[in-house]
Design a protein around this ligand. Sequence first.
Ligand code: ZN
Length: 209
Amino acid sequence: MKLVLIGPPASGKGTLARFICEDFNLPHISTGEIFRENIKKGTELGKTVKPYLDKAELVPDEITMQVVKERISKDDCKDGYVLDGFPRNKTQAELFEPMAKMDAAIHLNVDLKEIEGRILGRKTCSVCEKIYNTRYYDSDTCECGGKLYTREDDDIETIRRRFAQYETETVPIISHYKNILKTFSGGSTPQDTYEPIKVYIKEILTLDK
Ligand SMILES: [Zn+2]
């Protein structure tokens, strides 16, 4: 099952991807995570992409395409994967088309106001990158033992800019995937958002058999 998740920044897309990957035993491919990991390790790729991430700008398509191509060629992707944060624009979606055929595109429809409320309480684990919201989770420590921190790009101004960028760059890919696309609204908790999506994925898997 090859699945692509489309949703605005800070919409809870990452958490959703984790739920799906855990339940359906699929690898989670987050280009953002791959980039941050490489920056942390100080690799060549990390050095190249850091300036873009620092300025909350999109990493050039050719770099992103190369990273995704390498990642999906690994063994754990044989039976599918969940793409989170990729494709980010129509060019990437079109370049990706001959590389892999997607089974489903899940579109998370969350508005900017909701996101602004949500990110005020967002914290990320410094070890496993799991995201928490202090509205639902009242601790400074991740369940893995890692310390939680507020990501630098989590301030409102940056989110507004990334949201505007999402609307111009990423919203056009919704029409690209229209034949396999299903839109869901954000629920009051990540679990609420996930429930109907889980049901939907199970349905697709049943149809596939
Ligand atoms: Zn953790």
